[in-house]
Design a protein around this ligand. Structure first.
Ligand code: AHN
Ligand code: ZN
Length: 349
């Protein structure tokens, strides 16, 4: 037999003490709950004797982000000129239209390394389009037509799911779009999904100007932005952000073109508790979509990308450009780390 604490009846001194201890414990739990509530607030910043309020940041939902990744992968490989690609574009557009009325589809044609004419579609969602002060968030939504780094050569011409390489960044940004429907940061935000990032030359096909066959959608947008004279304070690209225990090193072109923006993002990640993943180490130069935004559009653009200079697959995650880049390689925790960091950057701007 036992009595439930606090409900033991009787008026003995022992019971009174027990009751008060229970009240104290409940009070303590409440105080802890209040101080750890879903909203994160950093210590306010003081610049030139002015206190800059660090506003409350909504909570990024990693389960929701995971579902957004899964939805894309369910279409099959999103290779340009395929049905899965067309269907997924519709899904991305429809989903964004639930969160903002300002969705633009930018159709373009681009020649691939092997002469194929690709029908590309960049997809852009804007929040507070009237605001001059803006942040641009992007990721590529297409997936690679070849698993040219698969351990089995029989797979080298099969298309990949691109769960991490493509869908992870888009999933994180769809979750941010969902949040921006109801939570309004001070700045305007654009979310841009680039097409035809990953149709670069096959490993077995040696090319002269190899690099410029990657990032075809971002090259097109950088030379033909969806808005005349488009400006943003800075640009954050997400690429391969979904594997467990991610390691975000400071990518070379990001550091070359926008070192202060890299520092800003890395500092905020550390401030909200993700310093173990955002490392102050250089991680090599990656010709990714942000490179063309810097080079042609001349906006400061950084890449948040998992890098592992010791890895056998260039310096990327172990399943990069293999058939194992599927849903099994996706970790909710990683999506949450990146999502909460980017959301905080946006709300503190
Ligand atoms: C190069 O390997 C030159 N660029 C890699 C960019 C990339 C591919 N990002 C994802 N997949
Ligand atoms: Zn890729």
């Amino acid at each position: 037999m036992y009595t439930v604490a606090g409900h033991s009846g009787g008026g003995s001194l022992k019971n009174m003490i027990n009751n008060n201890i229970n009240k104290l414990i409940i009070l303590l739990i409440f105080m802890i709950m209040i101080s750890c509530g879903g909203n994160q607030r950093g210590s306010d910043q003081v610049v030139d004797n002015t206190v800059i309020k660090k506003v409350d940041v909504p909570e990024f939902n990693r389960d929701s982000a995971f579902l957004f990744v899964e939805k894309q992968v369910d279409f099959g490989p999103r290779v340009p000129n395929t049905k899965a690609h067309t269907e997924c574009a519709k899904y991305l557009g429809k989903t964004l239209e639930r969160y903002t009325p300002y969705v633009t589809f930018q159709d373009f044609r681009a020649r691939a390394f092997d002469g194929t004419l690709l029908n590309g579609k960049n997809i852009i969602a804007s929040f507070k389009p009237e605001k001059k002060s803006r942040i641009l968030l992007c990721a590529h939504w297409d997936s690679r037509p070849f698993a040219d780094y698969d351990p089995d050569p029989k797979n080298h011409y099969k298309p990949i799911d691109g769960a991490n390489d493509g869908a992870s960044g888009v999933g994180v940004l769809l979750e941010i779009a969902r949040i921006l429907k109801t939570h309004k940061p001070r700045v305007g935000v654009d979310i841009l999904f680039f097409d035809a990032e990953d149709y670069g030359p096959h490993k077995d096909d040696q090319q002269q100007n190899e690099a410029d066959y990657w990032g075809l959608g971002s090259q097109y947008w950088s030379k033909n932005p969806h808005v005349y004279n488009y400006k943003a304070r800075f640009v954050i690209l997400l690429d391969m952000v979904g594997v467990s225990n991610p390691q975000f090193l400071m990518e070379g072109f990001s550091m070359h073109y926008a070192p202060d923006k890299v520092k800003k993002v890395w500092d905020i990640a550390g401030e909200i508790g993700y310093g173990a993943y955002f490392k102050y180490e250089e991680g090599g130069y990656i010709t990714d979509d942000h490179y063309y935004i810097n080079k042609y559009k001349k906006l400061p653009a950084i890449d948040i990308i998992h890098l592992d200079p010791g890895s056998s697959n260039k310096s990327f995650f172990p399943y990069w450009h293999t058939l194992r880049d599927n849903m099994k390689s996706i970790d909710k925790e990683a999506l949450g780390i990146v999502g909460q960091t980017v959301l905080t950057v946006v709300f503190w701007e």
